[in-house]
Design a protein around this ligand. Structure first.
Ligand code: PGA
Length: 247
């Protein structure tokens, strides 16, 4: 794993943006695997600003998102479909039909998972952006998720519900279930870019980089990915005390 330690959120976002822009410039029809949450917002802001200033085009880019709350329609303000439109897609020239995410209100959840898995077979991510949960989850793959799982519906853990409650008016409003790509769909990406900032991510980052590879810490599977870059700030890197191999 290539580990890049930076000073803070803005520098993390700058470095992530440089990687994403390089991919889109070299391959204007790239498939970008995208993530929600507070971590990638700085990256998306830079993509929007650069599109306006430098004209980097996303007209042929395709995107696949990691996850979506079960029960929320795409126009619900807390849905991840809405998050992606407001934080990124509305600010660049991507075609809406080229953006993909699980349908949170699919009536047949199993059929929706199968549809998304088939889509991911045809749209292999050139890069997959990830955040990491304080419990080491990636997407909504909570501790204990078998590494060979593909897209599935999960019951969110209490810790994830608490982490996400800040975005809802009341904790009771946080959906209890979600659709998520499985670890296997994530590992299928040609390249992984995982971002982490803040002291509350330090334990998870330690497990990601130096811990045992175990479903108890889902992100640890990334140690087996041939092309994975972690960009994290000093607070998130605090437990990686041995700086060998860390740039
Ligand atoms: P965050 O979430 O970016 O809001 O910290 C990360 C995650 O849970 O994957």
């Amino acid at each position: 794993m290539n580990v890049i330690v930076v000073n803070g959120y803005e520098e993390m976002s700058d470095r992530a943006f440089a990687i994403m822009k390089d991919i889109v410039v070299k391959n204007p029809a790239a498939v970008l695997g995208l993530a929600t949450g507070s971590t990638p917002i700085g990256l998306y802001r830079r993509m929007v600003a650069d599109h306006a200033a430098a004209g980097t085009s996303y007209r042929a880019v395709r995107t696949v998102n990691l996850d979506e709350y079960a029960g929320l329609a795409p126009d619900h303000e807390q849905s991840y479909a809405y998050f992606m439109r407001t934080n990124l897609f509305d600010g660049i020239d991507i075609l809406p039909e080229n953006t993909h995410i699980e349908n949170g209100i699919a009536e047949d959840a199993a059929a929706e998972c199968a549809r998304y898995n088939e889509l991911l077979e045809t749209l292999r991510q050139d890069i997959q952006v990830l955040g990491i949960g304080s419990n080491g989850h990636i997407a909504f793959n909570e501790p204990g998720t078998p590494f060979d799982m593909t897209t599935h519906v999960v019951d969110l853990t209490e810790s994830t519900i608490r982490d996400n409650a800040r975005l809802f008016a009341r904790e009771e409003d946080v959906p209890r279930r979600a659709f998520t790509m499985g670890p296997k769909n994530i590992m299928n990406a040609a390249r992984i870019l995982i971002l982490a900032n803040g002291a509350n991510k330090a334990r998870a980052v330690y497990g990601l980089v130096r811990g045992e590879v175990t479903p108890s810490l889902p992100a640890s599977i990334l140690q087996h990915h041939p092309d994975c870059t972690l960009i994290c700030d000093r607070a998130a890197a605090a437990l990686l005390s041995d700086e060998k191999g860390v740039s």
